[in-house]
Design a binder for this molecule. Structure first.
Ligand SMILES: *Cc1c(COP(=O)(O)O)cnc(C)c1O
Length: 415
């Protein structure tokens, strides 16, 4: 008779072969022996990035100096890198630009949305949103006089019905950062449109992991970060999507010279660029932007649908491993494939202790209150075998009471 562990091991081998097409682990530098399940927080390092950054620093900056703005295409990088991300989120050319932190772009999008829907007094968002999304929205709402109505995605249709044509904007995340639940972008976008509202989506936990189809879904505005599943590196700049039909009327609150129609005219008056480059603000963090550009090469030969198929197989397998080997943790991620992003989250009273103890065994996940252990599954470099190893490590942690050894995190520590 085979043990559950042997059976899972055999299945891992079969599934790894079945989804080999999207196994891009050769393109990444993940330390030997580490099972890295925090790619939903900071993506791993693609092998090609270091030499590009070295070249940009030594040759472009070091040798060519200021001329590099033109000779090495620095000025055009926000648009060029945006076009590289566009196919990953289902956007035709001319709608995506890279630059700034996610939070800044969220604020820009929210304020601009208010100008696109004047005279309406309500914005609807999910109370479970990532905090910075709520903060940016609260700030924008205060500026423009919106009332913030909180509704979890399943309650959004009722909230839209209640507030009707007073709703200016529906602002949601595609994937819940804590639970990994995936929301219905086309359905909720259409519901917002029915009352004449705009829909803005945060793609931080879907870009690079889940096909998004922004154009097809009729999404109005979107923002996403690039250092999670797009592997752009720590602090790599975020992107903004403005649907083509809104570009001519999209007016970001922060007006900068990089978003000017004619930046080098040095005019004292601001005039928005006619293209989507109007979302640019000031001089971008070029080193990070060019590191991101190099990182995106990972996706050159693999359609995002293959990445998604591998991701679903991986997360489904991880759920099966947890069911079989660690039944005492509570799964908070939906089991249905079409309701799941690319992470598996479980709850346990000692969640933080579990994350710490797992790290001691070479399995890196992360922790979010209340009691949630997040296991991010970046399909390009995580295998089914890795996930079985992670589950076995979790079993060992609990059996040896290693999770009881950690105090809760002190304030100010990245968990
Ligand atoms: C990661 C993440 C952010 C991060 O915002 P930054 O400004 O890049 O720090 C924002 N929103 C969501 C939903 C995220 O997952």
């Amino acid at each position: 008779m085979t043990s559950p562990l042997d059976a899972l091991g055999a299945r891992a081998a079969v599934l790894d072969r079945e989804h080999e097409a999207a196994d891009l682990s050769e393109l990444f530098d993940v330390p030997e022996g580490l099972v890295y399940l925090a790619g939903n927080s900071l993506g791993a390092l693609p092998r090609g990035v270091s030499s590009v950054v070295e070249h940009v620093v030594r040759t472009q900056w070091g040798h060519d100096l200021v001329a590099a703005w033109n000779t090495h295409g620095w000025w055009d990088a926000p648009r060029r890198v945006g076009e590289r991300i566009a196919p990953l989120v289902g956007a035709a050319p001319g709608q995506v630009v890279v630059g700034n932190a996610t939070t800044v772009n969220l604020f820009q999008v929210f304020r601009a949305a208010a100008r696109l829907r004047p005279g309406r007094g309500v914005v609807i968002t999910d109370p479970g949103s990532f905090p910075t999304d709520l903060y940016a929205l609260q700030g924008a709402a205060q500026d423009v006089g919106w009332r913030v109505v909180l509704a979890a995605p399943p309650d959004v249709p009722a909230a839209l019905a209640q507030h009707g044509e007073d709703v200016a904007l529906l602002a949601l995340s595609h994937v819940d950062y804590r639970t990994g639940e995936l929301w219905d972008v086309p359905g909720l976008t259409a519901a917002a449109h029915e009352v004449g509202a705009l829909a803005a989506w945060d793609l931080c936990h879907s870009a690079g992991a889940v096909p998004v189809n922004l154009d097809e879904a009729g999404v109005d505005l979107a923002v996403g970060c690039t250092y999670k599943y797009l592997n752009g590196g720590p602090g790599s700049p975020a992107f903004t999507y403005v649907a083509e039909r809104h570009v001519p009327h999209f007016e970001p609150a922060i007006r900068g010279w990089h978003g000017h129609a004619d930046p080098f005219a040095m005019s004292p008056e601001h005039e928005y660029a006619s293209s989507v480059e109007r979302v640019r603000v000031g001089t971008p963090a070029l080193l990070s932007m060019l590191a991101l550009e190099a990182a995106l090469a990972v996706f050159d030969d693999v359609p995002i649908t293959w990445v998604r198929a591998r991701s679903l197989s991986l997360t489904g397998f991880l759920v099966d491993c947890l069911d079989a080997l660690v039944p005492e943790v509570t799964l908070v991620t939906p089991r249905e494939h079409d309701r799941r992003g690319s992470q598996v989250s479980v709850r346990h009273e000692h969640g933080f202790g579990i994350v710490r103890a797992l790290a001691g065994r070479g399995v890196v996940g992360d922790y979010r209150d209340p009691g949630i252990v997040r296991l991010g599954v970046a399909a390009p470099y995580v295998s089914h075998g890795d996930l079985l190893a992670a589950t076995v490590a979790l079993r060992q942690v609990l059996d040896a009471d290693e999770h009881l050894a950690s105090e809760p995190p002190p304030a100010g520590v990245v968990t």
